[in-house]
Ligand binder design. Structure first.
Ligand code: 5RP
Length: 226
């Protein structure tokens, strides 16, 4: 199976978890897009809370009714992809630059299911550079503070995320630093250190948030719990 076929299988398995009447958090990325497509095919009476403009556009095109996060009290179930799935379902997210809205929706959810292809599962987090969302004002200074934290945690310095058309700007109008690529020995401590920096809005470490994972493998979709 290709990675994309595994993503599709995981997305379709997650769509089967949705029940009529639910408020559903719609993740961002190629795996989440498979989930959104499979969910749309079920034609259930649900409302989706999108975690990015891209997902909102896709869901709208497919006829899924949408709600803003502040229009709902709680989200029943959120399904989203990840860049790495580590021990205890600790995650790195934000490869698609949507980590802030994703984390806000995840934290408002009664149940969070992460979907991924087999290559995303790792013995320890850190191979994938950790995305950190930073406000634009003073982002160079903030980047210097992030470099200090990286050195403290034995990680290579963060790099400002660029695309063909220049600096990547998130849906929330912020920029992204990607912090090195190495073993993150103490994810919780690193997360706290990053959140203590004034210019940091949030980071892509999702710890103690996922209730289960559906991983697409060559042997079928495997369900993991923390
Ligand atoms: C977006 C994310 C995505 O879930 C993550 O990047 C995985 O993407 P894909 O499903 O395309 O591999 O966190 O911010």
């Amino acid at each position: 199976m290709t990675a994309d076929e595994q993503k599709r299988a995981a997305g379709e398995a997650a769509a089967a978890l949705v029940e009529a009447g639910m408020v559903v958090g719609l993740g961002t990325g190629s795996t989440a897009a498979w989930f959104v497509k499979a969910l749309a095919r079920r034609q259930l009476d649900i409302r989706g809370v999108p975690t990015s403009d891209a997902t909102a556009n896709l869901a709208r095109e497919l006829g899924i009714a949408l709600a803003a996060l502040d229009d709902v009290k709680r989200v029943d179930l959120t399904v989203d992809g990840a860049d790495e799935v580590g021990p205890g379902l600790s995650l790195i997210k934000g490869g698609g630059a949507a980590l802030l809205r994703e984390k806000l929706v995840w934290e408002a959810s009664n149940r969070c299911v992460v979907i991924a292809d087999a290559a995303k599962q790792v013995a320890a987090l850190g191979k994938f550079p950790l995305p950190i969302e930073v406000v634009r004002f003073g982002y160079v200074h903030t980047g210097q503070r992030l470099a200090d934290i990286a050195a403290e945690f034995d990680l290579p310095p963060p790099r400002l995320r660029m695309a063909d058309r220049g600096v990547v700007v998130t849906d929330g109008g912020n920029v992204i630093y990607d912090m090195g690529s190495n073993l993150i020995a103490e994810p919780a401590a690193l997360g706290l250190a990053l959140k203590s920096v004034t210019g940091v809005v949030d980071h892509g470490l999702f710890l103690d948030l996922a209730d289960e994972a559906l991983i697409g493998t060559d042997q079928g979709v495997v369900r993991l719990t923390p």
